[in-house]
Design a binder for this molecule. Sequence first.
Ligand code: FES
Length: 128
Amino acid sequence: MAQIGYSEKVMKHFMNPKNVGIIENSDGYGKIGNPVCGDLMEIYIKVKDDIITDIKFKTFGCGSAIATSSMVTEMAKGMNIDEAMKITRNNVADELDGLPPQKMHCSNLAADALHKAIEDYKNKKKPK
Ligand code: FES
């Protein structure tokens, strides 16, 4: 299989993604569609004292989408929600030792779905 342009880390996360699945009764949920390719990503988080204690994702996307989601969940787990809000697609790509330029749009999904899940959590927490 030719994998030109993908780092070893991308391949590792793609072949063996971490935190795949859903969380029943999650504290926050984010779903994002990628306008470029039409792929979809969902992220579920559990939060305690503003720390992300558990996180899972489901994606209907390409290999880069799977690798970036896996990486973003690894990065965000154990993080304070405000810190996790600051994770950008570039941070995720850097952690993966880079993505081919034509695949950078895929990493939008992971960071955006995470931010959406955190916003959902914050909205639910707001006093009604
Ligand atoms: Fe759709 Fe990568 S091609 S997320």
